[in-house]
Ligand binder design. Structure first.
Ligand SMILES: [Zn+2]
Length: 255
């Protein structure tokens, strides 16, 4: 039995299995990455997208955010084989939850494309860039029309209640949603198998979730093109593309 076959066997037996995903899972769908040589922050000034600026200058923030949004999501992105494999494992009751650092909503799309079953819980640690949220009444709504309004010069776009909309993502300098974070931690703590995929595992809270799982006895697997600081705690480390490894793993779990 190789390491992936052993992992598949453990996934079948696990009472709670959880996946964590990062930018490496979205990159094969063509979603631009933020960091690195070709990252979005090479072309945009990340200092303009802070929570502080949003509070001080919502109109200016929104004007820049429209440009960033176009750069990130101007092209239509589809879930890839990694999203599909995770969604299928969710539907089959193998994965209880998918915790993601990504804000592109592609895990939701992959789950929606499966016609049967409830699927995993999807926890979006950094929110969802396709939605906006009113800062006053808390109403969440689809962002497409709101971004359109901002692009046409309504700056900042506002809710019916008069409150300013904010992209429903965690901005620099903004706290992560406490309830989501707490659920992610509790899932990591009770997991028997924790799959960390497509994440360099250096940004909090993604960095500490696999450690929390390992400290509580979980089998941790890391699938990422580059090495991560969690590799030495992991029972399985695969430096391969997630679109190769995850479909293979899913087939093994099914076998
Ligand atoms: Zn409102």
């Amino acid at each position: 039995m190789n390491d992936l076959e052993r992992l598949a066997a453990e996934l079948r037996e696990a009472e709670t299995a959880v996946a964590l995903t990062g930018a490496g899972v979205s990159a094969p769908s063509g979603v631009p990455t933020f960091r690195g040589d070709d990252g979005v922050w090479e072309r945009f000034d990340e200092g303009q997208f802070t929570y502080g600026r949003f509070r001080r200058d919502p109109a200016g923030f929104w004007a820049d955010r429209v440009e960033l949004h176009r750069e990130l999501f101007g092209a239509a992105h589809e879930p890839n084989a990694a999203h599909d494999a995770l969604a299928a494992m969710g539907r089959d009751g193998v994965l209880e939850a998918i915790i993601t650092q990504n804000t592109d909503g592609l895990h939701g799309d992959a789950a929606d494309s499966l016609s049967d079953g409830d699927g995993s819980t999807i926890l979006e640690l950094h929110g969802n860039a396709r939605r906006v949220r009113c800062q006053d009444c808390g109403r969440r709504t689809d962002g497409e029309e709101i971004f359109e309004r901002a692009a046409n010069g309504t700056l900042p776009p506002t809710c019916d209640c008069g409150g300013v909309y904010k992209p429903d993502v965690v901005l620099f300098g903004e706290q992560l949603p406490g309830a989501v974070l707490q659920r992610a931690r509790s899932l990591a703590r009770k997991s028997d198998v924790f799959l960390a995929t497509g994440s360099s595992l250096v940004v909090e809270p993604a960095a500490s979730l696999p450690r929390l799982a390992a400290s509580n006895g979980a089998t941790v697997a890391v699938v990422n093109l580059e090495s991560t600081p969690v590799d030495d705690r992991a029972a399985v480390v695969r430096r391969e593309d997630v679109t190769t490894v995850l479909p293979r793993l899913r087939t093994l779990v099914d076998a």
